[in-house]
Design a binder for this molecule. Structure first.
Ligand SMILES: *[C@@H]1O[C@H](CO)[C@@H](O)[C@H](O)[C@H]1NC(C)=O
Ligand SMILES: *[C@@H]1O[C@H](CO)[C@@H](O)[C@H](O)[C@H]1NC(C)=O
Length: 404
């Protein structure tokens, strides 16, 4: 059940899903919406119209509203290095011909990875059985997952930072702390024994280490149950001091403090994160595409992909999108003239339509120059709860155009 962080968890079961896909997808329209919206930024001064376009585009990204993370950039928690690494490797995801809806790092289906941060409190004196214990409540708000999302994995990660041992501590040898992790099954009334409403998940002894240590645990079924309203009472971690430690000195170690010369024994600093991998089936079609092609700049009025760089700063989204700062989205533009040459990738229907158009230009329009191949990008952003989210979006970049 428990392992040190270096390894991988065994593949958790991914549930069977009922009827995920109906409409061709808000996703397919994502790029189109963005283009329409961007053009609208210039063409319309009407703020309401602009808001409407922004909402449409956000919805096509699977967001109900524009994330508004609290605080300034400086006060936000840093992006976990593991997530950066996954973001960088996902930039090459197409080149590796891997499925953008599988998170290979965890071996599960998914296109959204969230680092849900702990919102629990340090509870002192809550534990009647052990006055010298350190009790910490853990609360992860899994309501940030939208109902349509299918939870594939929830992995609890607890990181412990120990105070460096002074000379006397080294002489005595490191002393182990015992840690227990329980889930809370119901609210506890004042005066009642809180232990009665807890169920033990894990109990283990921890030795001080020089390196920050991490504990990982699969909590997928529990996190799934937390998604129901009123079912999330969180977790409780309890650290008990080693026998013989002076209860007066039991304070959590803060890494910012000066290097401690005194030999007082301290609890390690604890940081907990719930890594949640989920799948939005509306934004996942299994189709393999190669990496985004380089779109050349050659002047011509024939249908082809044109270069368009979308800078998220221009759109005012730099406050919630962490990376990339922008991307080469491209767009299709140009004529589909008679006779339709092979390079224009026309359908038989388009070939006939150009023929009819050449005979009767007023009655029948030319076929349209549209994207026929698109590729995905990954985005790293903050959600409303300041969680860091990595998400793969399909159909964000125009690779090829054709007459349709
Ligand atoms: C959890 O997140 C949801 C969605 O962001 C929010 O509406 C709700 O208030 C949050 N709950 C808590 C307890 O923070
Ligand atoms: C049509 O497809 C070919 C390769 O399949 C591509 O090289 C070409 O650029 C496409 N035509 C247009 C107009 O994008």
């Amino acid at each position: 059940m428990i392992q040190l962080h270096s390894g991988r968890l065994p593949k958790p079961q991914v549930k069977n899903h009922r009827a995920p896909l109906q409409s061709p997808g808000p996703n397919m329209a994502a790029l189109l919406m963005l283009a329409v919206w961007l053009l609208g930024l210039q063409a319309f001064s009407d703020a309401e119209d602009r808001n409407h376009r922004e909402r449409l585009f956000l919805r096509s990204l699977g967001l109900s509203e524009r994330p508004q993370p609290g605080g300034s950039h400086h006060s936000r928690r840093p992006v976990p290095s593991e997530l950066w690494r996954m973001f960088r490797s996902s930039e090459n995801i197409q080149a590796r011909h891997s499925d953008p809806c599988t998170v290979s790092e965890y071996g599960v289906r998914g296109n959204i990875i969230r680092y849900v941060q702990d919102q629990g409190r340090l509870v002192s004196g809550w534990s009647s059985s052990c006055q010298a214990c350190l009790v910490k409540q853990l609360f992860f708000n899994v309501s940030v997952l939208q109902p349509v999302e299918l939870l594939s994995l929830a992995q609890l990660e607890i990181r412990l930072h120990w105070k460096p041992l002074g000379p006397a501590g080294l002489l005595r040898g490191p002393r182990a702390v015992s840690m227990s992790l329980s889930r809370v099954i119901r609210a506890t009334l004042r005066g009642a024994d809180p232990r009665a409403s807890r169920r033990l998940l894990l109990s283990q002894s921890l030795r001080p280490q020089l390196e920050p240590a991490a504990i990982a645990m699969d909590l997928t079924p529990l996190a799934e149950s937390w998604r129901k309203p009123g079912h999330n009472y969180g977790l409780v971690v309890e650290l008990s001091p080693p026998p013989g430690a002076d209860p007066e000195e039991l304070t959590p170690f803060l890494p910012g403090n000066a290097f401690p010369l005194e030999e007082a024994w301290t609890f390690p600093l604890m940081e907990a994160t719930l890594v949640v991998v989920s799948l939005n089936p509306h934004q996942c079609r299994s189709r393999q595409r190669r990496s985004a092609v380089h779109v050349p700049v050659t002047p011509s009025n024939i249908c082809k992909a044109r270069r368009l760089y979308i800078d998220f700063k221009d759109v005012g989204w730099q406050d919630w999108i962490i990376a990339p700062p922008g991307y080469m989205a491209n767009y299709c533009h140009g004529e589909c003239p008679f006779p339709l040459s092979e390079s224009l990738n026309g359908t038989n229907h388009a070939i006939l339509q150009t023929l009819v158009h050449s005979l009767d230009p007023q009655g029948t329009p030319q076929p349209c120059c549209v994207p026929i191949r698109l590729s995905p990008i990954s985005m790293l952003y903050y959600d409303n709860n300041d969680n860091v989210v990595l998400r793969h979006y399909q159909d964000m970049v125009v690779d090829e155009c054709g007459c349709r």
